[in-house]
Design a protein around this ligand. Structure first.
Ligand SMILES: Nc1ncnc2c1ncn2[C@@H]1O[C@H](COP(=O)(O)OP(=O)(O)O)[C@@H](O)[C@H]1O
Ligand SMILES: [Mg+2]
Length: 349
């Protein structure tokens, strides 16, 4: 409903009054029964007063809502465009629409805050749980050393080595936590570049050779000269993803086992596979292994220095590249992880 200006209202009242007087005059002149004339005049006057008071109340309410609307928008009558808009729009509809939008916005913000709060609680719980084990271990080793272990050369060496192992584990957890928090808060800015993926895989293999030997596992990476080698991706992050997958293939491999790495050509992408013939993952656990802190065998993972974050980090990295990652596994036989990368344009073999 539009509210008309006060000039128009005055004109309308004068006109209506004139019409009423005219009707009254006609009634008085043509109807003999004066009681009936009086009754009809009363009805006429009441209707007129009803319509006028309804209009004035509405006008009063509208002016208040308009003031409120202006105050909410905090324009203080300075913004001409806004003042004009307020004059032309249906203020009630507009205010109702804005209140609805505002409350919907608040609702989703509240949900988001709730989710973040739950995430924060769960994250802190998991982090403290992960850090507790190495901290308590270190405390135990130091107490043993203080309790006389220091004097015995065999004990002090072995306990200091264990302390170092626990400290390395803590460093690993803290590094993984740093990566996952960057990735989950979207702070990771990819720096894509054209690089040779074969060279990167070779660097990963070299770096993990010692670990593999310790577990009596062989890393096999056959290379063909005709294979396209150049991809467009963030080299540092892809290196990290490959390290996490290769480390897992060793950690969850069997003594004397093998880790195969393969690169396959797929039109405009390369498919990279890290496959092992290790312990495998049961079907029920497969859908959850990319969740942070999820482990199939907690004690095996902890003994191997795992934080339960490795695959979550890999998934985030591959997702950030808008690529896909898949896992297939047969329990007791082995596991295969594959992910894609975009070939670099102007690929040189
Ligand atoms: N190659 C693999 N073979 C068998 N199980 C695996 C393999 N890779 C990962 N997993 C399972 O998935 C879980 C999550 O892996 P990850 O996120 O790397 O955490 P972490 O290795 O620190 O435990 C592991 O605890 C393990 O149970
Ligand atoms: Mg891992």
């Amino acid at each position: 409903m539009q509210i008309i200006s006060s000039k128009k209202v005055n004109l309308l009242i004068t006109l209506s009054s004139a019409i009423i007087i005219l009707i009254e005059f006609l009634l008085y002149t043509y109807i003999e029964d004066k009681a009936l004339v009086l009754f009809m005049s009363m009805i006429l006057l009441c209707s007129f007063m009803f319509v006028m008071s309804r209009y004035l109340i509405r006008r009063f309410l509208y002016s208040k809502i308009r003031m409120l609307y202006k105050t909410i928008h905090d324009t203080q009558f300075i913004d001409r465009e806004f003042v004009d808009k307020v004059k032309t729009i249906d203020i009630l509809d507009e205010a109702e629409k804005e209140v609805r939008e505002w409350s919907e916005g608040r609702g989703s913000l509240l949900m988001q805050m709730k989710r973040q709060e739950e995430y924060r609680k769960e994250f802190i719980g998991n982090v403290s749980h992960e850090l507790k084990t190495p901290i308590f271990n270190i405390q135990g080793y130091i107490l043993t050393l203080l309790d006389g272990g220091l004097e015995d050369e065999n004990i002090n060496r072995s306990y200091l080595e264990r302390t170092e192992k626990s400290i390395n584990r803590m460093i690993g957890i803290v590094k993984d936590l740093e990566s996952i928090s960057k990735l989950e808060y979207g702070e990771l800015k990819l720096l894509p570049e054209r690089f040779n993926i074969i060279e990167t895989i070779n660097e990963v293999v070299e770096m993990q050779e010692m670990r593999a030997q310790k577990h009596n596992i062989k890393i096999i990476f056959p290379q063909s000269h005709s294979m396209p080698k150049y991809v467009e991706a963030d080299k540092k992050e892809i290196f990290q993803a490959l390290v996490n997958l290769v480390v897992n293939s060793i950690k969850y491999g069997k003594q004397g086992g093998k880790t195969h790495i393969e690169v396959m050509d797929m039109d405009n992408k390369l498919l990279i596979e890290v496959r092992d013939n290790g312990i495998g993952i049961e079907k029920d656990n497969l859908p959850r292994i990319f969740e942070r802190f999820y482990r199939v065998d907690k004690s095996r993972s902890r003994n191997m220095g795992g934080s339960g974050l490795g695959l979550a980090i890999v998934k985030h990295i591959i997702d950030a590249h808008e690529q896909s990652i898949n896992v297939s596994s047969t329990y007791g036989e082995g596991t295969s992880f594959t992910f894609t990368l975009n070939k670099a344009i102007n690929t040189k073999a």
